[in-house]
Design a protein around this ligand. Sequence first.
Ligand code: ZN
Length: 369
Amino acid sequence: MKLYIMIKKSNRQEIKNLAKELIFSSNGITRREIADKTGLDVRTCSSYVDELLKQGLICEKIPALNSAGRPPSLYCLNSGKLLFLGIVLRTESISSNLIDMDNNVVKESRESIGIEDESKLRVINRIFDIIDDCIRAFPDKRTAGICISVSRWLRPPLSFLDTFEEIAEIVFKRTGIAVFRELPINTITYSIREENNDVRNIVLFHPGKVIELGIMKNGIVPGNTLSLEHELSHTKAERSGELCYCGGNGCLEHYVTDAAVREMLSSIETEENKGILLEDGLERKLPGYRKLADKLSEYCCLAFEKLYKTYKPEILSYTGLLPEIWEKAVGKFNKTGKIKVKFICLGRVDTTYTAALTASYKAVKDFIR
Ligand SMILES: [Zn+2]
């Protein structure tokens, strides 16, 4: 009864999702059982089942005849046949990974691209070629989801135009396959989830050319991660720091990005240690370098605190700076109180693979209980 009331209040998409959950999580369920469990009439349920059959997401098991006639067909996930495609579009390359339900990469590609020199149509046709190649290579399998990960350098605010804003709609219209668009950093949260017992509250902090933030909340990437990044970037890190273009002063992004670290390094440069990298200066135990590393760890600790307070993640992941800076930052954070959060230092991540993984979650795994 409870379920019925919930459905009454919900929309068509939620009902479809519930039907998906019931079928994907079962070893075989009849149309009648789906109707009973959702409180919907059999005809409506049947139309959802037919839609999923058409998409190749589920398969039909026809039971053998018995004395009472033929029992009704059972439906379950077509897991052995499903493939998921991740495509990453960067300023200089376009790459793809095709994976199966067990995350094995069954096909991959990478080609150079000059995004500035090629027309939008040409780039889109390249994407279609990749998809067609994948479908042709596995004629008896079904590509059930595509994640197109468009580099942040091709999207505002870093790029003037959002040229590939409607790429998911364009590809869906042509292929009929469920298509998702996601930032590369957010696709990484899916691999953290996959490797950590389905943990669904994850934050990934990456100070690089800019401050990047990957977020997964209750298993879903929020739609406003760029504005959340902006908020973190303009958190006050130095009380009397330089005036920022945002109107504030001493903002975090002026202290932890690659360029900021380079500037701080050059400010402690002397005749003897000219051009020495941070890691080399630390290895030689040069005092100015150690002080800088300590300061950087303070900034990172501040970011951890802000991220923890805002999102209460179960996993706080980070990448980008030197391991010893992170170690110090984690140590400082842990001293602040009895907070339960798992820290994970990320190494190099293949975002083409994580894009494919994201497609598998958004199309199927998100609906398996
Ligand atoms: Zn600012």
